[in-house]
Design a protein around this ligand. Sequence first.
Ligand SMILES: Nc1ncnc2c1ncn2[C@@H]1O[C@H](COP(=O)(O)OP(=O)(O)O)[C@@H](O)[C@H]1O
Ligand SMILES: [Mg+2]
Length: 272
Amino acid sequence: MSTTLVQIQVEEKRFRAHQVIDRLALDIRAGEIVSLVGPSGCGKSTLLRIVAGLETDYAGRVLIKGAKPQLHSPEVGFIFQEPRLLPWLSVADNVGFEAGRGGGKHPRVGELLAEVGLAAFADAWPKQLSGGMAQRAAIARGLFTQPALLLLDEPFSAVDAFTRMRLQDLLLSIAAHHGTTLLLVTHDVDEAVYLSDRVVVMNSGPGRIAGDVVVPLPRPRDRRDPALGRARSEVLTLLNGAQQDYHDIAPDIAAAPPAAAPIDWSKLSFAV
Ligand SMILES: Nc1ncnc2c1ncn2[C@@H]1O[C@H](COP(=O)(O)OP(=O)(O)O)[C@@H](O)[C@H]1O
Ligand SMILES: [Mg+2]
């Protein structure tokens, strides 16, 4: 039995009058890969920011290895949807940014760049990289401090489908190699089930956990495996339920726009 790495208990998170998260509890085991999916605005990014220590104004308790999250903790890496590389630093200096000035010369930078297939681009500028390459550099940067936990907020949303699949496999091999625990937000249900040991579905208004789906398949996985399709259906069922709850709570907001009234052609006149 592996140990619990992250304990999340958010009683309530508000932005002024707006309650974003309500009584959300989630434990993540060391080495586990967990995806968070849910409707836009249900608080996924806010939850990641709480776990990263970027957001501290909430009721509840989050523990990573038994301690409160600290900003810039080496234990936690964060990868965003955009690579967020600093344009005035070389790729290597971006990856070794946490080591301070000249961080690109740190021996771990070369190892990480090789691991993400960018060994030849250490001295390149970020603008010389394609979108997928830049995101690989961001993954290397996220791993530089050898974090136990990597948080990823829709990390592959901005790249094409083929690059996305390659980045997913790269992420899996890196997580296995370093023993990194992953907590990943995605709006892509296929991505969630392919990558994860467990997919956690959130609902909105305010954000809570609607349920989770365990994906007990060994890796490497075959993307065509029918078991992945079944997990996908379970996630979609939970998501539909989450959507339904939203209708119950905010029927005026969630209601579909009224169907267009049939056009009465006899009442129309056309200027010619
Ligand atoms: N800094 C902020 N100030 C005020 N409202 C915010 C802030 N950040 C997020 N929100 C609101 O909180 C809700 C959840 O946002 P977010 O966590 O980004 O959702 P998700 O990532 O699930 O789409 C949204 O309604 C959003 O508008
Ligand atoms: Mg978000």
